[in-house]
Design a protein around this ligand. Structure first.
Ligand code: SDX
Length: 378
């Protein structure tokens, strides 16, 4: 076998061309189809970003209206899936319930194994809307609360938050939720997108690819970090205790959740945006504790990790924002999956236009041509 170089973790290995997003790790910039994330957060909506990612261009006014109607139409999930959810262990981790739920949704999609482009766009729309409803139902189910039915009028973000909290959603909360959806929508090829792409490259179906993405996102090194970062902030409990906590963690060689990134060797622009909205929410809700603790942790990490390219990532401030919005911490990663369904789907549809089975190698380092000993002689 010819000598091949080992790329552990596939660091910096390019596996596809894309126009969907550009992550500038050195400058800490993020673009979706060429538009700076800051522009989209300020001027766009999650619905429009979904169109942008699936069609790789911004919609005309009527196209957006029609796309939005389609998303709203697909919010309901089949009764059979709800009945099945009601039989699942209430104390299961919501990411495990979400995997089970999406696997069931696949069974009730009549176009599951139809692989034309238009059918894949329709399936993407169904997955975007139904995964949001499923995650909201799961958030109620694990707390023993009644389900809140999807609204026919509210925006995607406001509807999700309403279905999770059961409350009326004020303008600022709706805006912050929409920003959170936009910030989580797409990010080139993290482990979860690569998992989705690998499944898709065998010409399996879109639901299977999304399921692979959800499975990969669960891990604390990836999507699971938002829940762990908030647990850390709550464990610290007050700004005064942040310094010692971080120093002890680093001394014990622990990973401080919400910091560091394989690509960003600078401040994650999404963390910067989240901190801005956390400040606004903290002001309005009259609760600055989470913000003050987070700021202290950031200050100590910046000093202690100076020169190592370790900065806050999307998961550091997001959990504090979600908490002030009334989202339980067990739902942080399922929310991340819900928002990222469009990014996974967009990469899969783009890859299928020039598909190639993904099949890397492993470098063999074991013995060869061994004689097989009988079990008595081992
Ligand atoms: C997401 O890829 C994406 O785009 C993902 C994401 C997306 O939108 O999809 O951006 C979302 O997953 C963000 C990342 C969330 N994960 C965390 O916050 C978990 C904590 N972070 C780390 O585990 C780590 O930073 C990773 C996994 C995110 C990236 O690490 P790498 O690139 O594998 O770097 P590494 O493990 O080789 O670490 C390099 C050095 C090590 O020190 P040394 O062994 O060389 O002395 O930096 C240290 C690490 O110990 N380090 C940290 C650290 N992250 C790296 N030390 C303390 N705390 C941390 N968080």
């Amino acid at each position: 076998m010819s000598v091949v170089e080992l790329h552990k973790g596939l660091d910096n290995i390019i596996v596809k061309e894309t126009v969907l997003s550009y992550v500038d790790g050195e400058r800490g910039r993020l673009y979706y189809v060429g538009y700076p994330i800051e522009e989209l957060v300020e001027k766009s909506t999650y619905e429009e970003v979904c169109f942008l990612l699936l069609h790789r261009r911004l919609p005309k006014k009527e196209e957006l209206a029609s796309f939005d109607r389609e998303l709203k139409k697909e919010r309901e999930i089949p009764k059979e899936v709800i009945d099945a959810l009601n039989l699942m262990p209430r104390n299961a981790h919501p990411m495990d319930l979400l995997k089970a739920g999406i696997a069931l949704l696949a069974l009730y999609d009549p176009e599951l194994n139809v692989h034309e482009k238009e059918a894949n766009i329709r399936k993407s729309i169904r997955l975007i809307s139904k995964t949001a409803t499923l995650t909201a139902y799961i958030s109620r189910y694990i707390r023993g609360l009644d389900y809140v039915q999807p609204s026919k009028e509210m925006s995607h973000a406001a509807n999700f938050l309403h279905m999770v909290t059961g409350e009326e959603i004020d303008e600022l909360s709706a805006k912050v939720m929409d920003v959170a959806f936009i910030l989580h929508a797409e990010h080139e090829l993290p482990a979860s997108s690569m998992a989705a792409l690998t499944a898709a490259s065998t010409l399996s179906d879109l639901y299977s690819a999304i399921l692979a993405g959800v499975a990969a996102l669960k891990g604390p090194l990836h999507g699971g970090a938002n829940e762990k970062a908030l647990e850390m902030i709550l464990e610290i409990g007050s700004p005064e205790r942040a310094e010692q906590y971080v120093i002890d963690a680093l001394r014990a060689k622990k990973r401080v959740m919400g910091f560091g990134h394989r690509v960003y060797k600078s401040y994650d622009p999404r963390a910067r945006i989240f901190r801005k909205y956390l400040e606004k929410l903290s002001e309005v809700k009259g609760n600055k504790t989470l913000l003050m603790i987070a700021d202290e942790v950031e200050k100590v990490m910046t000093r202690e990790m100076k020169g190592k390219g370790i900065f806050p990532n999307i998961d550091f401030y997001s959990g504090s924002v979600f908490t002030l919005l009334g989202i339980p911490k067990e739902i942080f990663t399922p929310f991340f999956a819900t928002a990222r369904v469009v990014g996974w789907a967009a990469h899969v549809l783009e890859y299928w236009e020039d598909n190639r089975l993904i099949r890397p190698r492993a470098r063999y380092s074991g013995p060869l041509d061994l004689q097989y000993p009988s079990v008595e002689n081992r």
